[in-house]
Design a protein around this ligand. Structure first.
Ligand code: HEC
Ligand code: HEC
Ligand code: HEC
Ligand code: HEC
Ligand code: HEC
Ligand code: HEC
Ligand code: HEC
Ligand code: HEC
Ligand code: HEC
Ligand code: HEC
Length: 308
């Protein structure tokens, strides 16, 4: 019996090597050796693989919920040689012959982040090519920090928790911003974290989504301020929306990043606002907000000073 098991282990070991390439040479544990790195296109029939039907003879509960999993769609494609249990768990023959030996099967929740990511990205790299250089990957998160394959809590995208609870469970510092007097209605369901961020990483700072111009992150919803205008307020196009607004939440109305509109404008226009054109003595500036006259602050098609 022992010798038989040894033989099986050897076959599985070889299958692992064949499947995953030289990265899995000597010195790896069984867990690691079983991790599939490339999409195992034709796993059924390959040495060491037994097929999903065999798994389901013992794991019927998992099978029931898996029937509605998006991963099952592929199982029906390519003559039924698509995704199987072993696409993610690696070859299962040794596990089966050991009567469910848990040291002979790849369990993502016990593997390293890199191994999990490699398994998932074997198929999903085209959609999420930036993940490995994202702040999330660098902080040691893996796909299953946010996704749950067998027990998802959302209809879409197999998430562990719905948004924004998912994101706020770790980003407790950000949570507070959305309780401020003025905030984007994330908790109210009017907008999601992922309308502005891509959790899988981008080439922008702060995981921000990439858009045609940087302001499109905002103007896809706030179309009235998008322009183009005959008279642009240079700062809107140059520095972008964040020059005057804060994205999450603020003590200040209109999500402004300064308590007083005049202080905000005077950061860049101190000389102008004090000069005689405005006919305002010292003190009156604070009473009349600049935008009381410069109403078209994001740009105008009529007036170069954004009066109309
Ligand atoms: C002969 C019955 C049997 C078959 C067939 C079987 N398993 Fe298992 N499996 C078990 C048992 C028993 C356990 C341990 C359950 C426990 O500890 O709760 C287990 C545990 C697991 C675990 C969790 C391992 C861990 O570390 O906790 C995974 C993943 C798994 N099986 C996947 C598979 C896959 C994939 C297949 C098909 C290739 C498969 N099993 C086929 C009996 C089986
Ligand atoms: C798309 C990848 C993927 C596929 C396909 C897949 N699993 Fe899993 N499985 C996982 C991940 C990831 C975990 C770790 C727990 C989690 O994230 O849900 C897991 C956990 C498990 C466990 C451990 C139970 C637990 O809750 O921790 C068992 C048993 C299991 N899978 C069996 C199966 C069987 C049987 C199939 C085929 C019907 C299958 N898996 C198909 C990714 C997959
Ligand atoms: C063998 C290829 C393969 C592997 C390995 C794989 N996936 Fe998938 N995944 C697919 C396919 C195919 C679909 C369904 C088609 C689609 O919606 O793009 C899918 C769908 C998904 C979806 C989207 C579901 C939806 O509602 O749109 C998520 C999320 C996902 N997989 C996560 C994972 C995670 C996490 C892992 C690793 C534990 C993983 N996948 C491993 C091929 C794979
Ligand atoms: C920090 C959390 C987080 C991590 C880590 C993460 N995802 Fe996602 N993923 C999400 C969220 C949230 C969505 C839903 C996006 C949306 O609704 O716009 C999603 C959506 C997806 C989808 C559906 C297609 C899409 O882009 O909408 C796939 C496939 C997917 N993720 C795969 C992966 C894979 C593979 C990994 C690991 C390499 C991974 N995810 C890591 C949070 C995460
Ligand atoms: C499991 C914990 C966890 C979850 C869940 C999570 N994050 Fe993160 N996130 C982190 C860690 C850790 C970092 C890197 C350290 C840091 O910058 O805080 C990070 C970084 C980020 C950054 C970049 C911060 C910067 O300064 O560049 C953004 C943006 C972000 N996460 C948004 C999200 C969004 C949106 C979600 C939900 C879809 C989410 N996170 C879910 C833990 C998590
Ligand atoms: C309206 C778009 C938008 C929404 C919605 C949004 N963010 Fe952001 N977030 C941004 C922008 C823009 C920045 C960059 C701010 C900067 O560079 O000044 C940012 C920065 C961050 C950062 C890094 C800097 C910091 O403040 O700590 C984290 C983490 C973050 N967001 C997480 C989240 C989470 C979690 C959610 C959902 C609960 C969320 N964001 C919702 C636009 C948004
Ligand atoms: C997914 C759509 C969406 C995106 C993307 C978005 N917003 Fe918003 N924004 C909203 C909604 C919804 C409100 C709340 C409107 C209300 O309560 O009347 C809002 C409110 C605001 C307000 C306050 C408006 C007021 O009348 O008080 C400002 C300012 C604002 N957003 C700026 C931004 C900026 C800057 C960005 C980019 C970082 C952005 N928004 C991205 C949907 C969005
Ligand atoms: C030069 C500073 C500045 C810049 C840059 C700026 N805004 Fe504003 N924004 C303001 C001020 C000031 C108000 C308040 C106007 C008022 O109270 O009459 C405002 C108000 C808003 C409002 C509330 C509704 C409205 O139209 O008055 C939205 C939405 C908004 N801004 C979105 C944006 C977006 C999106 C961008 C980037 C494309 C942006 N802002 C860039 C200063 C700016
Ligand atoms: C971050 C810097 C910055 C902030 C803040 C700012 N602006 Fe400007 N503004 C500029 C720049 C740069 C120009 C273009 C100057 C030029 O062409 O000489 C400009 C142009 C203008 C013009 C047109 C000037 C002309 O010569 O026709 C007006 C009016 C104006 N801003 C008003 C405001 C008001 C009101 C606020 C506050 C709501 C404000 N600005 C906030 C940078 C800023
Ligand atoms: C009582 C109305 C009013 C208020 C309040 C006001 N402005 Fe003006 N501003 C004007 C008028 C009128 C012009 C001249 C427009 C023209 O030439 O068409 C002007 C012109 C400007 C110009 C262009 C100046 C130049 O030399 O070309 C800037 C910049 C400017 N204002 C900034 C500000 C700032 C900053 C504030 C707030 C501290 C402010 N304004 C408050 C009415 C006002």
């Amino acid at each position: 019996m022992k010798r038989l098991l040894l033989c099986v282990a050897l076959v599985v070991g070889l299958a692992g090597l064949w499947n995953t390439g030289p990265a899995y040479a000597a010195g790896k544990t069984d867990q690691q050796a079983n991790a599939p790195q490339t999409p195992p296109a034709a796993t059924t029939g390959a040495p060491g693989y037994v097929g999903s039907e065999t798994c389901l003879t013992c794991h019927a509960e998992i099978g029931k919920s898996f029937a509605t999993n998006p991963h099952s769609k592929l199982a029906l494609m390519h003559n039924g040689k698509g995704i199987t249990c072993e696409s993610c768990h690696g070859p299962g023959q040794a596990h089966v012959e050991g009567g469910g030996d848990i040291t002979k099967i790849f369990l993502p929740s016990k593997a390293t982040a890199k191994q999990v990511d490699a398994t998932c990205l074997g198929c999903h790299a085209a959609v999420h090519p930036n993940f490995q250089r994202s702040p999330h990957a660098k902080a040691g998160l893996s796909c299953i920090s946010c996704h749950s394959v067998h027990a998802p809590q959302t209809e879409q995208a197999l998430l562990k928790l719905p948004q924004p609870t998912l994101c706020m469970s770790c980003h407790t510092d950000v949570k507070g911003s959305f309780d401020m007097p003025f905030h984007h209605p994330v908790n109210e369901g009017g907008i999601r974290c992922t309308d502005c961020h891509d959790a899988h990483g981008t080439f922008q700072g702060s995981n921000l989504r990439i858009t045609a111009d940087q302001n499109m992150i905002c103007t896809k919803c706030h179309m009235d301020v998008r322009g183009p205008f005959v008279y642009e307020h240079a700062v809107v196009k140059g520095e972008g929306c964040m020059a005057c607004h804060t994205p999450h939440g603020s003590q200040n109305a209109r999500l402004l990043n300064m308590p007083s509109i005049n202080t905000l404008c005077n950061q860049c226009h101190s000389q102008v606002s004090a000069d005689s054109i405005h006919g305002m003595g010292a003190g009156s500036q604070e009473l009349t907000p600049c935008t009381g006259c410069h109403t078209m602050i994001h740009g105008s098609n009529i007036n170069a000073a954004f009066i109309r």
